[in-house]
Design a protein around this ligand. Sequence first.
Ligand code: GLY
Length: 298
Amino acid sequence: MKQRDCVIIANGGAGGISFPARRRQGLIRAVSIGYGILTQGGSSIDAVVQAVTILEDVSVFNAGTGSSFNLEGEVEMDAAIMTGDRKFGAVGAITNVKNPIQTARFVMERTDHLLLCGDNAVRFARCMHQPFYDPRTREKKRIWRKARQDMKSDHFKRLCGLNELYGTVGVVAVDRKGLICVGTSTGGITLRLPGRVGDTPLPGAGTYADTHGGVSATGHGEEIMRNMIAFRAVSMMARYRAPVVGKKIMEHATDNRCQCGLVGIDRRGDVVCVYNTQGMSWCYIKKGRLRVFGTTND
Ligand code: GLY
């Protein structure tokens, strides 16, 4: 069988880019380790889970450790994984685990289901030997306190304007066998109502892959769900090349007031990396060459 070029791309969330140097460092580490797995013949599933795990462990990203707080000061996280042959696993509103992407992988590989939520997702994680872990950081507590003070009564309308308060991490990779895999993980939107589940763990909304390609979305989850951004972008990959898909999907998002960004890879191995928010941190490696946001040749 002909070996394919491996490619990996990651984003560290759409919105305002705080701590750019730490984000750059985290993204470079995540894609470099993921790329190493791919070039040694490892699967895109292993590369994506490892890269997302690294991003979940860096507290400047809104996923895993450093996830944003809900209205009551709790952390409820969402994560999903999907492959080009349409295997899927996800968790919604999961609490007290270190790496929700790993729980999502267990759902994909060890159950007949696609999505487990809330307390029962936590029980499942414990059965998979994922111990208790508190992902709340002091910095995210400070942001939550300030956001609560500033909050007006119409809190959902207000959330729409707070694009620095959402973010998500996402990784897409293709391995030597040509299998595409997408992983997405998020701490959701600051001050969301308890129990809210966003776009990330819903196939087609924040995470999607099929034989045409794979996409991980970031941004305002409610609008991403309404517009099925990941599915829409991957469907476009059947007809258009990656740069055209990027342009078309952002036109659609902007026309529909969907503040978002996405990263993806199509079946030819071309990457797409676009956003209509203030910024989005990203990094990819293709043909051994690394590119990262915020540098002179990005
Ligand atoms: N896109 C992340 C969220 O809205 O939960």
